[in-house]
Design a protein around this ligand. Sequence first.
Ligand SMILES: [Zn+2]
Length: 473
Amino acid sequence: MVSRLLCLLALTGICLASPLGDLEKELKKEGVDLVKLHEELKHESEELEEEFSSKDTQNQLAKLRAAYHTCSNDTIQEKTELEVNGDLTKDLFEGDIVLTKEQWARALDRDPNVTLQRRQALTDAIKMWTPMGAPIIPYSYVDGFPEDKKPVIIASLKFWEGRTCVKFREATETDKNVVVFNHISPGCSSSVGMVGGKQTVNLGSGCFSVTVVAHEVSHAFGTLHVQSRSDRDNYIIVDTANIQQGKEHNFMKDPPYYGKIDNYGIPYEFGSMQHYHEKAFAIDTTKPTIYAKPAFTQYQGSMEAPRASFYDTLLINKLYKCTDKCQNKITCQNNGVQDGADCNKCFCPKGWAGTNCDMRPDSAIMIKLISNQNITVTVEAGTDEMKEILYIIEAPVGKKIQAVVTSIYRFMYSMCRTVGVEIVPSKDTRVNGFRFCGKPDATPIVSDSNQMLIWLYNEKANPLSADIQLTLV
Ligand SMILES: [Zn+2]
């Protein structure tokens, strides 16, 4: 806002020295040469363009662009932290991460002998909170933090406490390392990992939802974004022609040893809470900057998530070795794992519940499919908190289920960040399914067993319904 005001003043002929934003002030204080940093980022942007410039990649992109199903113009444009941050991103890493001087040095340390290759894993410069296995993060608020915004913060912290071994407590005078929630900010951002001393999670207007706060807090735990993983080229192609000029560096790729051991065994997940949405930093906001590769095109509209997925949660539990301390190892059914928050039970993937993940959730709606059927699924308005509902469809053994989403109403959104219908066709429900929130793509989805999940989630002020055609195949 300040910079816009200055632009306006400049246009009217009133000259003002451009004051540094708080973030730039902090970086300068740390001894970061901002001119050099911006030059380095420009160079990274040029390298990214080069990375995707090969004839083969451009041919693949041309096909993906031609096949892309553009949403109609009447969709409601949603904003994520990337859009909220706007021009701020010139001093941030991957759009919403505040790096320290040491972290920037690692992130930008190119290998002079290998084109497009950085030498050091940024993750080696990310410190974890302590003690490992049961970390406790002291937190506080900046002076004047609005009382009415605190429940969103608390809900986000409780969300993580309920599924990991990370615990939070209000900071005392003697705490050295503290996460401070700051509302006086032009955007949403966080440091990555434990920086040492006071570190802020910046939440300006547009950042106050559990979706955004939990995402930023995940960065404070030590996570980066999924689309920067070293193996991302197996899954996505970045369309640099549609990225706003100077923002290309946000799509940089981590060196191959990111995550130390094979990304902690976590598969690449389009529907992760830490994945960019498909139109991140787009010039033409009706077209993607990230295309799913041909083998994964059904995930095109399903990048990022309203809440941490099973694997997003598992990553935090692995980063902090949450279950290593559990004396009794527990056997979990249906791909569940020992719960990072409670050694005596399993953490279950979607559609499963109970101590050992062998029961269906009480709240789920069960539908036995004995013949072809058209159903209407509904979730109520989620004004103060996200409302969700899970439908579990079961066909006779030996049969599979084909689903076609024929309509979604009442409103259509540009991305499925806060409202949507997700169809999970795999028996392994750790994996995210395919999401719908705008004009439905009529491509049939077929289950790989006699089970299918339909998950509806809604943070909006209106209920959401969808018509789905179910066929036994
Ligand atoms: Zn982020």
